[in-house]
Design a protein around this ligand. Structure first.
Ligand SMILES: Cc1cc2nc3c(=O)[nH]c(=O)nc-3n(C[C@H](O)[C@H](O)[C@H](O)COP(=O)(O)O)c2cc1C
Length: 202
């Protein structure tokens, strides 16, 4: 599966088979997180892997009573380590870069999970203080994202997305990017033709 394939195939999955997620696969997801980009390479994330049923149930209650989460075989809670986040960048590191880095780390894990045949759903923990107490996090470690992980029972249909033309601009906001999206297959075909043409001279 290539990256764009995984990006398009990833869906927020909320129904899972009872099958356990193998720890080897959890290891691969952690490796994907490990290689996420972060400002100044501060790597301000920590991950709490949970397969204890009671803890998952309590987390579901904290996360706005999302009952479906109680049946997720595994949850990976991505936390911000504020000591690492603030290091070089102070408040900006804490309030912006750390959030961006943990989001990127979570997306890395979700795309890798898709490739491994796993379904995921990103959930806001909603109450960081309660989640922190539940997981016995130290003061400087704040849980921000809960990733439900498991083998999908049902994969939802892709929800609609805005067209590229509605959110992209050229050389400044407001100037339309003149680009007609013809679908991946067509663009790759054109790219291949251009590449072959450029190689003709050799
Ligand atoms: C910051 C963030 C918070 C989210 N919180 C929840 C949540 O609490 N519960 C839930 O079921 N899905 C949650 N989602 C998943 C979105 O609902 C989902 O990504 C969106 O509907 C698009 O569907 P897709 O992921 O299948 O493309 C969240 C996603 C993000 C990025």
């Amino acid at each position: 599966m290539d990256v764009l394939d995984a990006i398009q195939k990833r869906r927020s999955v909320t129904e899972f088979q009872e099958k356990k997620v193998e720890m080897e696969k959890v290891g691969v997801l952690l490796e994907a997180i490990r290689w996420a980009p972060s400002a100044g390479n501060r790597q301000p994330w920590e991950v709490v892997v949970i397969d204890d049923r009671k803890t998952i149930e309590d987390l579901a209650d904290i996360a706005h009573n999302q009952h479906w989460l109680k049946k997720a075989p595994l949850v990976m809670v991505v936390c911000i380590n504020h000591k690492l986040a603030e290091g070089t960048f102070g408040v900006r590191g804490k309030n912006l870069y750390a959030i961006q880095a943990t989001a990127t780390a979570a997306e890395n894990a979700m795309l890798t999970a898709t490739e491994l045949g796993l379904g995921t759903c990103w959930i806001d923990v909603y109450d960081e203080e309660k989640a922190s107490r539940l997981l016995a996090c130290p003061k400087h470690t704040v849980p921000v994202i809960a990733l439900a992980v498991g083998y999908p029972l049902a994969v939802p249909k892709p929800p609609p997305r805005y067209e590229i033309a509605s959110f992209s601009y050229y050389n400044g906001h407001g100037k339309l990017l003149e680009f007609e999206w013809k679908g991946i297959a067509e663009h790759l075909k054109e790219f291949k033709e251009r590449l072959l043409k450029s190689l003709e001279k050799y």
